[in-house]
Design a protein around this ligand. Structure first.
Ligand SMILES: Nc1ncnc2c1ncn2[C@@H]1O[C@H](COP(=O)(O)OP(=O)(O)OP(=O)(O)O)[C@@H](O)[C@H]1O
Length: 218
C-alpha cells in the first residue's frame, strides 16, 4: 500500500449521466464535494442516487460526463482511488465462518493498520455503533438492523478520504440513526468527504452541508 498515491478527498462529477439501451438511469448531474463536507443525494425511488454513487466510486462508467476523486478519474481499478474511497453501496461480501470482529480485523489489517491492535479497534467500532456485545456472532446471526450496523462498521473500519453511503439509515431505529449520524458527523469534522443517498430528513439535517436533488429519470 505504501507505493500507492495518497489522494485528497475532492469529489467532482460533471454532467454525468447513465443510460442502458433506451433506459435512462441518471439524467445529467453535477456534484461537488470537498473534504469536511456532507453532500446528501435526495430524490424519489429510481431517480438515480445509487447510480450516481456507483459512478463517483468508479464502479460504473458514465454514459456522458466525467467523475473524479482527488483529481483522478473515478475508477475502482486505480489503486489510489480505491484507497481513498470507502463505499457502502449494496451488500458487502461477508464470510459465514468469520465473526463480526474477525471481519473488522481482516479489513483493518489489510488496509495497513497494525494487525496486533486490529481487534481492539474493531471492538471499539462495534461498541460505538451499539453492537459491541455481538462481536463474536456470525453475520448470519444478526437482525436486519444489526446487519446494517455491521455493514457500516465494515465501511468505517478502513482508512478513507471519501465515504460513499447508499441510504445508511436503512432498517435502523431512531436511536441507531442518531448514533450513526454522530459517527458520520465526527468523520466529516475530521475532514472526510461524505456523499450519501438518504431518504431520512433528520439524518439529512444532521449531516448535509449541501443537498443535491435528483429529478426522476424520464
Ligand atoms: N442494470 C440496470 N438496467 C436498467 N435499468 C436499471 C439498472 N439498474 C438500475 N436501473 C434503473 O435506473 C434507475 C435508477 O436506479 P437507482 O438505483 O440509481 O435509483 P435510486 O435513486 O437509488 O432509487 P432508490 O431510492 O429506490 O434506491 C431506476 O429506474 C432503475 O430501475
Amino acid at each position: 500500500m505504501s507505493r500507492v498515491a495518497v489522494l485528497t478527498g475532492e469529489v467532482r462529477a460533471v454532467a454525468v449521466s447513465k443510460s442502458i439501451a433506451t433506459t435512462t438511469l441518471l439524467e445529467p448531474t453535477d456534484l461537488t464535494a470537498d473534504p469536511g463536507e456532507g453532500v446528501v443525494l435526495r430524490g424519489p425511488n429510481g431517480s438515480g442516487k445509487t447510480t450516481l454513487l456507483r459512478i463517483i466510486g468508479g464502479l460504473l462508467e458514465p454514459t456522458t460526463g466525467t467523475a473524479s476523486v482527488g483529481g483522478r478519474p473515478a475508477d475502482e481499478r486505480d489503486p489510489a482511488v480505491r484507497a481513498a474511497v470507502a463505499a457502502l453501496i449494496g451488500t458487502p461480501t461477508t464470510y459465514r465462518d468469520l465473526t463480526l470482529v474477525d471481519h473488522l480485523v481482516l479489513v483493518d489489517s489489510t488496509w495497513g493498520h497494525d494487525p496486533g491492535t486490529s481487534d481492539q479497534r474493531g471492538l471499539q467500532l462495534l461498541e460505538s455503533l451499539g453492537i459491541g456485545d455481538l462481536d463474536d456472532r456470525f453475520p448470519h446471526e444478526l437482525s436486519s438492523g444489526q446487519e446494517q450496523l455491521f455493514r457500516l462498521a465494515l465501511t468505517l473500519t478502513r482508512p478513507s478520504r471519501v465515504l460513499l453511503l447508499d441510504e445508511p439509515e436503512q432498517r435502523l431505529d431512531t436511536t441507531k440513526r442518531q448514533v450513526v449520524a454522530g459517527l458520520l458527523r465526527a468523520r466529516v469534522d475530521e475532514g472526510a468527504t461524505l456523499v450519501m443517498a438518504c431518504h431520512d430528513p433528520e439524518l439529512t439535517a444532521a449531516l448535509a452541508t449541501r443537498v443535491v436533488d435528483l429529478a426522476p429519470a424520464r
